[in-house]
Design a protein around this ligand. Structure first.
Ligand code: TPP
Ligand code: MG
Length: 222
């Protein structure tokens, strides 16, 4: 949430659940209007697809044939609410049927290569001018939704079963067994990243507190 990097093509994440869908449709309309070859991807959780904004956005994108993919990461929960309490259908990609667009499903959303291959296929489809699509992948959240979350709504067995499907480990194994990188190269990358994080923490801890006036920066536009 709350991150954006326009230069990198990240038009902004959103503190309002379901708030990004309509923005993605607007961004996709811009691509269509300006005749770029870009495809917009709207990432969301499972619960967000129960917001009215999801249905209105998918419908409009379908009717206007916009280049946007609605990418749903189904981790079975919206904070503490199981998906079984919030929807009666087992798979969210089937919602695509209601809007006359294709719905795709990746059972193991922790498999980086499977998600990559599926997205490659769907992006080609959307880029060719065929209109929007929905992609649902299954994954999981290991930790609490926030520090206030004790996780009482799910079992340790369920969490452990998903920890065994660690996507980073799986992809690491894939890279090694296919001889794409060596153990040494991976260790070097991991060491470099750990150092980068440590440097970031050190920089933050050693930086002075900002002046109170910055709290009002970028809040209002004249
Ligand atoms: C409109 C709105 N309602 C409620 C919230 C509080 N809230 C924040 S995250 C969240 C659950 C989101 O669940 P999901 O879409 O499945 O995403 P996940 O966190 O599981 O990836 C809720 C209800 C909010 N931020 N915005
Ligand atoms: Mg969720």
């Amino acid at each position: 949430m709350h991150l954006a990097n326009i230069e990198k093509g990240n038009y902004g994440t959103n503190g309002i659940v379901g708030g990004g869908y309509a923005l993605a449709v607007g961004a996709a309309l811009t691509q269509q209007y300006e005749g770029t070859n870009n495809v917009v991807i709207a990432f969301s959780g499972d619960s967000a697809t129960n917001e009215g904004s999801f249905h209105e956005s998918v419908n409009l994108a379908a009717v206007w044939n916009l280049p946007v993919i609605f990418f749903i990461i189904n981790n079975r929960y919206g904070i503490s609410t199981s998906i079984n309490y919030s929807t009666k259908i087992p798979h969210l990609y089937t919602r695509a049927d209601a809007y006359g667009i294709p719905g795709h499903y990746v059972e193991d959303g922790n498999d980086v290569v499977a998600v990559y291959e599926k997205m490659h296929e769907v992006i080609e489809y959307v880029r060719a001018g065929n209109g929007p699509a929905i992609v649902e992948v299954e994954s999981y959240r290991w930790f609490g939704h926030s520090t206030a979350d004790a996780g009482a709504y799910r079992t340790k067995e369920e969490v452990d079963a998903w920890k065994a499907k660690d996507p980073l480990k799986k992809y690491r194994d894939y890279l090694l067994s296919n001889k794409i990188v060596s153990e040494d190269e991976l260790t070097a990358i991991e060491t470099e990243v750990a150092q980068e994080v440590e440097d970031g923490v050190k920089f933050a801890e050693e930086s002075p507190y900002p002046d109170l006036s910055v709290a009002f920066e970028d809040v209002f536009v004249d």
